[in-house]
Design a protein around this ligand. Sequence first.
Ligand SMILES: [Zn+2]
Length: 173
Amino acid sequence: MGNIQQKVLTESSSKGPSASMPVWRAKAEAKCRFFAWTLLHKKILTANNLIKRHWPNDLICKLCSNELETPTHLCKDCDFTKQAWAFLKQWLGLTVIDNIGINGSLHSYWRRCRTKIDKSQRKTFDGVMIYFWWNIWKERNRRTFENKSLQPKEVAFLCKEDVEQYQAATRSY
Ligand SMILES: [Zn+2]
C-alpha cells in the first residue's frame, strides 16, 4: 500500500502540470503564460501534433527547413532558435546559463537554467523564457501564414522589447 502511494505521488510530481507551476507566477502576460503552459505540455499545434489530429500540413520546421517541427525542436533545438536565444542571453546579461546543456525536454532545460538564476530574479527569468518561446512561435506563424520572415537577431529584439514593455507596465513606483 505504502509503495503504491509512493509511486502515485512520484508519478504525479514528475508530470508536467505540477512541475510547470512557475509558469503561472512568471512575469509575463496571461496569454503568454497560457501559451507556455500549453507548450510545456507539448500541446501547441506544431506539425507533429497536427498530424496526430489528421490535419494535412508541411512537417518540416519553418525556421530551419531541416527538421521535423515539434514543440521541443521549435523552441529549443532549432538552429534558428539557438541563434536568437544567444542574442537574447547576451543582451539581457544571462551568460550565467551559457554552460547549461540543452539536451532533453524544454521543461528540463528551463528547470536547469532556473537553478542558476538568483531566487529574487526567477520570476523575471521565467518571463524572459516565456516571451522567448512566444516570439519564436510568432515567427513560425509569420512564416506559415504571412509568408514573411525575420532574422534570429530581429526575433530576439522583439522578445527583448516584450520583456521590457512588460516590466515598464508593471513597475511599481
Ligand atoms: Zn528548425
